[in-house]
Write a protein that binds this ligand. Structure first.
Ligand SMILES: Nc1ncnc2c1ncn2[C@@H]1O[C@H](COP(=O)(O)OP(=O)(O)O)[C@@H](O)[C@H]1O
Ligand SMILES: [Mg+2]
Length: 296
C-alpha cells in the first residue's frame, strides 16, 4: 500500500487541530496501521501530546525544522534518522501497528518557515518530496499544522494527499475552515501541478449533545453543509478527557480506548477511511436540521 498523507488544517487556532491529528493518528495505529505524525506547528504541541519534548541535545539535530532548512539548502536530509518511535503508546493493544513522530522545535521551525516564505510557492513541495522519499514504510502520515495562513501551512497542504479541516460550533471557526477549504483548491496551480491534495471533510470538534443545541449551533451545522465543508457524521464532543490527556502525554484514544474518546475517534477514523475511497458525491454527511425542531 502506498503511504497516504493527511494534513489537518484550519486558519483558526485552538479549534482542535492537534487533538484531532494525534488522536486520529493514534487510532489508526491502534487499528494496526503504521503511522507517522508530523508536527509542523512551532508550538510543538503534537509532540507534547505524544509524550515527547525534544531534549536540549536533540533540539537542532532531530527537529523537523532543521531538516527542512537543510533540504531547502540542497543537503540530503534523512528523515528516518530523526523521527522518534512512539510505538510504546499503542504497544499494549492487541493487533496494534506502530507510531512515530517527526518532532518540532520553535526556532528551527520558524526559520524554516521564513526560508520557504522568501522563496515563494515553488518551495512549498519541500516536505512532500522528503516524505515520499523516506516515509514508504508507513501506511499513513498525519500532519499537524500551525494556525493562520503561513508558508508552513501552505507547505503542509502541498505535502498532503488529503486535507481534513476542523470546526467548532462557533462562527469564527466556520470561517477558518471555509478559508482552508478554499485554499486547498489553489495548491495544484501554485505548485505547478506537482501537488494536488484532495479535500476530505470537516471534523466537528468540541460539539454539544443534540439536546443542548441552540440556534447558533444549528445554524453553524447547516452553514457547514452550505459551505461544502462536508462535515463527518460523527462529531467529537466536548470532553475533558481529551484535553486532560495532553498533560499526560498519552492520547485520549489510548487512555480511554473503550470509553467515549476511543469510540468517537474510532468512528471518525472509519468515516475518514471510507471517504478516501469514494468520490465526494458519495460521501455521507449529517442531515440538515430545521430550527423549528429545537423547540426554542
Ligand atoms: N473535543 C474536545 N473536548 C475538550 N477539549 C478539547 C477538545 N478538543 C480540543 N480540546 C482542547 O482545546 C484546546 C485546543 O485544542 P488543540 O487541539 O490544541 O487545538 P489547535 O491545535 O487547533 O490549536 C486544547 O487545550 C485541547 O486540549
Ligand atoms: Mg495545535
Amino acid at each position: 500500500m502506498l503511504v497516504k498523507i493527511i494534513a489537518v488544517a484550519t486558519q483558526k487556532g485552538g479549534v482542535g487541530k492537534t487533538s484531532s491529528t494525534i488522536n486520529l493518528g493514534t487510532a489508526l495505529a491502534l487499528a494496526g496501521q503504521r503511522v507517522l505524525v508530523v508536527d509542523l506547528d512551532p508550538q510543538a504541541q503534537a509532540g507534547t501530546a505524544l509524550g515527547l519534548n525534544l531534549s536540549s541535545e536533540d533540539q537542532l539535530a532531530r527537529s523537523l525544522g532543521w531538516a527542512i532548512q537543510g533540504r531547502l539548502q540542497g543537503m540530503r536530509m534523512d528523515l528516518a534518522s530523526i523521527w522518534f518511535d512512539r510505538t510504546e503508546l499503542v504497544a499494549g493493544f492487541e493487533g496494534s501497528g506502530s507510531l512515530h513522530l517527526l518532532a518540532c522545535e520553535e526556532s528551527t521551525m520558524t526559520a524554516a518557515q521564513d526560508l520557504i516564505h522568501k522563496r515563494g510557492y515553488q518551495a512549498t513541495p519541500v516536505l512532500r518530496r522528503m516524505l515520499l522519499e523516506t516515509a514508504s514504510e508507513f501506511d499513513f502520515v498525519l500532519i499537524d499544522t500551525p494556525p493562520a495562513v503561513s508558508s508552513m501551512s501552505a507547505t503542509a497542504l502541498a505535502a498532503a494527499d488529503f486535507v481534513l479541516t476542523v470546526c467548532m460550533p462557533e462562527y469564527p471557526s466556520l470561517k477558518g475552515a471555509a478559508a482552508t477549504r478554499g485554499t486547498v483548491r489553489y495548491v495544484k496551480d501554485r505548485t505547478g501541478g506537482e501537488c494536488e491534495p484532495r479535500y476530505l471533510g470537516a471534523i466537528v470538534n468540541r460539539s454539544n449533545p443534540p439536546s443542548k443545541w441552540r440556534v447558533q449551533e444549528v445554524n453553524i451545522r447547516n452553514g457547514m453543509l452550505d459551505a461544502d465543508l462536508a462535515p463527518f457524521r460523527t462529531d467529537i464532543r466536548l470532553d475533558n478527557r481529551i484535553s486532560d490527556s495532553f498533560a499526560f502525554g498519552i492520547p485520549a484514544v489510548v487512555r480511554f480506548a473503550s470509553h467515549a474518546p476511543g469510540r468517537m475517534y474510532g468512528e471518525l477514523m472509519n468515516q475518514v477511511l471510507v471517504r478516501m475511497r469514494q468520490p465526494q458525491e458519495d460521501w455521507e454527511t449529517p442531515e440538515r436540521i430545521e430550527t423549528e425542531m429545537l423547540g426554542v
